[in-house]
Design a protein around this ligand. Sequence first.
Ligand code: ADP
Length: 432
Amino acid sequence: MAIEASPPSMFSPWPDRLRHAAIILLVAALALATLVFFGELTPLRAVIVFACIAGAALVPWRLHDSDAARDEALVNPVEQPAVRAVVGGIPDPAVLLDRAGRVIHLNAAAEQLAPALRKGELAQFALRSPEIISALREAIANTEPRRTSYVDHVPVDRWMDLMITPVSVPTAFGGTDTCMLMTFHDQTPIRRVEEMRADFIANASHELRTPLATLSGFIDTLQGPAKDDAKARERFLGIMHTQASRMARLIDDLLSLSRVELSAHVRAEALIDILPIIRQVGDSLELLATERGVKIEMHLPDGPVFVAGDREELLRLFENLIENALKYGASGGRVEVTLAPASTTDGASEIRVSVRDFGPGIAPEHLPRLTERFYRVDVGDSRAQGGTGLGLSLVKHILNRHRGRLLIESVPKNGATFTAAFPQAKVAGKSA
Ligand code: ADP
């Protein structure tokens, strides 16, 4: 069924009433004119009788309409405020149409989705997507629910689901008719999460497959051509050990990431003094620092400094930041770890732990992507350093769980500063 350009609305009672009155008056006028024509009635009497008939036809109608509110209730139940409130209360964009496809009610979300939609106008003029129009036609023609999906390209790509449901409504004359309730559901966030999940699995498999392929290759070589070569065996076993450790590190990081994500909604509440944690991480990385020729300088208060948090996660966080500074900023020969109080732009107190290196720094275009899983500025360099590409992602998730934030500043050729900012913890009624 095609939607007509301007079909009659099923809810307007005025044409019927006017038509009835007009027919009565026309018949009366004809009858009186005939009587006058044959001399049975004087014109004056005919006019008086016509006035009486006109009064009888029109006065009850006017009286009936004097109570506007009552008339509104009788005339058009579907336009009542209660129906408008129901449509308005639907959280997704929702539009109620009459059987002709004309808008009766629409909620604020629908106005935002399709600003061209107007009450009393045909929805097809405002919703131009062919999928919507054909679903609407089918739903109206068959009085059946219809579901369709389409992509809205303006202002940005959005994947939308549309459900059209026929709704039976009472009419002003005691019968029922059918309206169409259109509800839209934005599927874009779900699509994006699905894409991210697929990317993540592809990345994780690729990262695991690379060392696995190396291991299989060396196993084949050791079983075949290098079977009796003791020197080659020693060298290959060393490489195999490195690759196996890389796989283990990757699995460790993946598990840590999923653990932190699982508990993201549970606030870490234990009061932890972070100074011993930072010192412990510094001590454990001393060997790596010596190997790379880097000096770790700690600028810490005498303490204690409390943060509401999880000890193991805080250890992982500082380990990742300081290890990255030692790995990627080694050429600067120095890494500074500083703890200082600060305040946010809206005046809240924070504790900031910054890890600064004096290495090559990071080009500005990489900064916004550093905390994405598997994102590396230089994949070869990261692999050579034993990196998994998950460290900063883990740092970001740990900080999210601690209601903190990660600040990254870098000037290429002049080092990088990674700052973990934590909200100031309240200790026994006062700030730590
Ligand atoms: P990875 O396991 O590769 O170290 P991360 O998530 O910890 O993964 O870091 C992501 C990337 O960010 C690194 O591969 C590196 O390119 C860059 N990066 C991190 N820290 C620094 C730093 N202090 N200086 C320069 N680049 C850094």
